[in-house]
Design a protein around this ligand. Structure first.
Ligand code: SF4
Ligand code: SF4
Length: 206
């Protein structure tokens, strides 16, 4: 589908907040925004985060679908996301009110769902870079907001969000690389708590 024809309107069904197989992944800036916004201590922050380890080795195809890389922890490589309740619902989803309790602080994953963004070079002039919008596999699988009855998306607004998201992912990439280097050089032991302390130190540095 041509991206100019993408149709989407969130109908607030809550599926992206309640699907047990959807990981609400977090970047560095998401973690800091939520920590500061809710005024959480390190232990409280640790409590709302999940470090998810897949039981089965991910295939190369699965890895390509993951927007963020896993981080080293004491239990192995883990994907960082918001913790879920026992039924797989996001910790911050209020089922009764059917709404997000941290809407203004919500992760980029939630802001951009059901889309993902990529920078692509222009076919005629590779120097010219453009942001491309795509539907995510999860979005295609269960988001009822996508469809022929929805309005065509506001390209300008989504591209602006795409630009911010790509900057955020780039920043995150460098921070994760710094963390991996520290582990590799054995300057710090790999643990979820040390990882969070490391993120907070980066915050102090900025
Ligand atoms: S699944 Fe789609 S329509 Fe439902 S709340 Fe999420 S973004 Fe909105
Ligand atoms: S943070 Fe909010 S918007 Fe994101 S999955 Fe949780 S409840 Fe839904």
């Amino acid at each position: 589908m041509n991206e100019n024809d993408l149709k989407f309107e969130c109908i607030r069904c809550g599926r992206c907040c309640t699907d047990k197989n959807t990981l609400v992944n977090l970047t560095y800036s998401d973690i800091i925004r939520i920590k500061n916004g809710l005024d959480l201590s390190l232990d409280e922050l640790n409590h709302i985060l999940g470090f998810y380890i897949f039981e089965e080795e991910l295939t190369e195809e699965d890895k390509k679908k993951m927007v963020l890389s896993p981080v080293e922890t004491e239990k192995g490589k883990a994907f960082v996301g918001l913790i879920k309740k026992n039924d797989g619902m996001c910790y911050f989803y209020d089922e009764k009110q059917q709404k997000c309790l941290i809407y203004n602080l919500r992760p980029n994953f939630c802001r951009t769902f059901p889309f993902s963004f990529k920078v692509k070079s222009d076919t005629k002039d590779p120097e010219i870079k453009k942001i491309k919008i795509n539907l995510t596999e999860k979005g295609k699988a269960y988001c009822p907001g996508i469809g022929k009855d929805a309005s065509v998306i506001n390209q300008e607004e989504w591209l602006k969000l795409g630009e911010k998201t790509i900057e955020d992912l780039n920043q995150n990439y460098h921070i994760m690389k710094e963390w991996s280097d520290l582990i590799e050089k054995e300057e710090i032991s790999a643990s979820a708590k040390n990882f969070l302390k490391f993120l907070l130190k980066i915050k102090e540095r900025k």
